[in-house]
Design a binder for this molecule. Structure first.
Ligand code: FAD
Length: 482
């Protein structure tokens, strides 16, 4: 098996050598910054402010040369290598000590090939940019709920989109990964060039190198029915039971979420949404072609009709629209914020599980969580993919996630305590499995690979990073301890 490999310049051992090499070749490389130096704050900035990283050194890499230079410097100084893009999952990353953190903001734009239905995306790109680049061709991508989420971390961790019950985990749409490994080699890894590494990159838990670009398959999407409908949480028991019954044989074109939201009384939030806890149902129904539009409308009505009959909503925005509008449906925060959260993959809750959930996050529960709810899985999410990676499907009907914002919905201690309360209440339905992109803390119980897959991923990691330079970048639970 051989990868497409281009080899980096000869080894250098000191920062002075690095500068000399850069001057000799005429290539300027990005400056690595230490705490207090210019550039350190930009390189370590994260979206989730609950866990700001404090590595020994950090750099914003814009070129492959920047990445190679950072790796050589880490080698010279004995620093472990860490990578991030947006820091959306900063609390899920292991704490950084004696580390050099590389933030990828690679030069270049998204390239869409509408004939092959493939997009090449430089690392650092956010999903909103990709969805908008694909839209003029009537194509869509399995992006997450927020336009600000980074493409690379999301895809390496599986990726749950509101198209997921139709197209599966987003990682299954990856066609090639360009990455610089610990030896400085730039490899273009695909099914044809290095099937083992390609398998491991897609959900294997990370720690394989620095991804510089990624290619994904696009799919046709002429329109979607998407939106959010919210009711006062007093109606949550009947609404949630009705939603759960619908999920049991819902069409794969529909992927939804249901959340109890405790929104703060701030100018950005309309008063009818912050008057008290609300229950919101949002998501999307995909129409791939013009012929599918009528069915998409019908599927949405089959979901929303019985829910609207329970009680009058305080917000109701579902409509037939352009796929890019799905980027706004979930009402995610657009600016960095501190969130302390938790996640579990749950089995079928039944009415008993619904009641257990609402007892701890519903009206009158005193929950300090700003959001707590379920993503609907099943459909294509549940199907192994013939050419899939280490994580290619999820064997659970629901993904729970919930979190609070310290200072806004409660103290950090109250939120942490309540997270434990919810975990205890849902224990009978906790499958013990998790999906990487929903993991909220490096310390929470997590497991997304079988022992066999963990061992296989470790072997491949050892091949591309024998000295374990990226070892601390591996998700807890995705590698054999030791
Ligand atoms: C508001 C919000 C909405 C979200 N919605 C969804 C959703 O709908 N579906 C879903 O599945 N997830 C969702 N997430 C979770 C999100 O997918 C994860 O946080 C994901 O890790 C984000 O990827 P990132 O690259 O932006 O994050 P980062 O925190 O920057 O990276 C996460 C990890 O990915 C790896 N990584 C990142 N860049 C590189 C690189 N260039 N090379 C090698 N490794 C790299 C590193 O191991 C890093 O620790 C959401 C998160 C937020 C905050």
């Amino acid at each position: 098996m051989s990868a497409d490999v281009t080899t980096g310049p000869a080894d250098v051992t000191t920062a002075a050598d690095l500068t000399a090499t850069a001057e000799a070749t005429g290539d300027a490389v990005a400056a690595v910054a230490r705490p207090g130096e210019p550039g350190y704050d930009a390189a370590t900035a994260v979206f989730n402010l609950a866990a700001p990283p404090r590595p020994a050194a950090a750099v914003v890499a814009r070129t492959v040369e920047d990445v190679r230079a950072a790796i050589r410097l880490a080698d010279a100084e004995g620093l472990s290598l860490r990578v991030h893009t947006t820091g959306h999952s900063a609390p899920a990353a292991r704490p950084m000590r004696d580390a050099l953190l590389i933030r990828t903001e690679m030069d270049g734009g998204v390239e869409v090939d509408p004939i092959r239905r493939v997009a090449r995306i430089p690392a650092g790109t956010r999903w909103g940019v990709v969805a908008k680049a694909a839209a003029p061709y009537g194509l869509a991508v399995a992006h997450g709920s927020s336009p600000t989420v980074g493409v690379v971390g999301y895809l390496l961790g599986g990726g749950l989109s509101f198209y997921g019950r139709k197209v599966g985990l987003a990682a299954n749409s990856v066609r090639a990964v360009e990455l610089v490994t610990a030896d400085g080699e730039l490899r273009r890894v695909s099914l044809g060039s290095d099937p083992d590494l390609f398998w491991a990159l897609r959900g294997g838990g990370g720690g394989f190198g620095v991804v510089t670009a990624i290619e994904v398959k696009l799919f046709p999407a002429v329109q979607v029915v998407t939106g959010t409908t919210c009711w006062p949480a007093a109606h949550a028991p009947e609404l949630l039971r009705t939603w759960r019954r619908w999920t049991l044989d819902a069409p794969p074109e529909a992927t939804t979420s249901v959340r109890v939201l405790n929104l703060p009384k701030i100018p950005d939030v309309p008063p009818m949404l912050s008057a008290g806890p609300i229950l919101c149902v949002d998501g999307a129904v995909l129409a791939e072609t013009g012929d599918d539009v009528a069915a998409a409308r019908r599927y949405a009505e089959e979901l929303l009709g019985p829910l609207r009959a329970v009680a009058e909503p305080v917000l109701d925005t579902w409509q037939l629209t352009e796929p890019v509008d799905l980027l706004d449906t979930h009402m995610d925060p657009s600016d960095p914020v501190a969130v302390i959260g938790d996640h579990m993959l749950l089995g079928d809750l039944g009415d008993e599980g619904i009641d257990a959930l609402l007892r701890v996050v519903g009206e009158g529960s005193g929950s300090p969580l700003i959001s707590a709810g379920l993503r609907q899985l099943g459909g294509a999410y549940a199907k192994p993919h013939p050419q899939g990676g280490a994580l290619d499907h999820l064997d659970a009907p629901y993904a729970y996630s919930g979190g609070g914002v310290p200072g806004l919905t409660g103290t950090a201690e109250a939120i942490t305590r309540h997270i434990a309360t919810v975990r205890e209440a849902l224990a009978p339905w906790d499958t013990g499995w998790t999906t990487p992109t929903f993991v909220e803390s490096h310390a929470q119980p997590q497991r997304h690979l079988t022992d066999g897959r963990i061992a296989a991923a470790d072997l491949i990691r050892h091949r591309v990073d024998p000295a374990g330079r990226f070892r601390d970048d591996i998700m807890p639970g995705a590698t054999k301890p030791g």
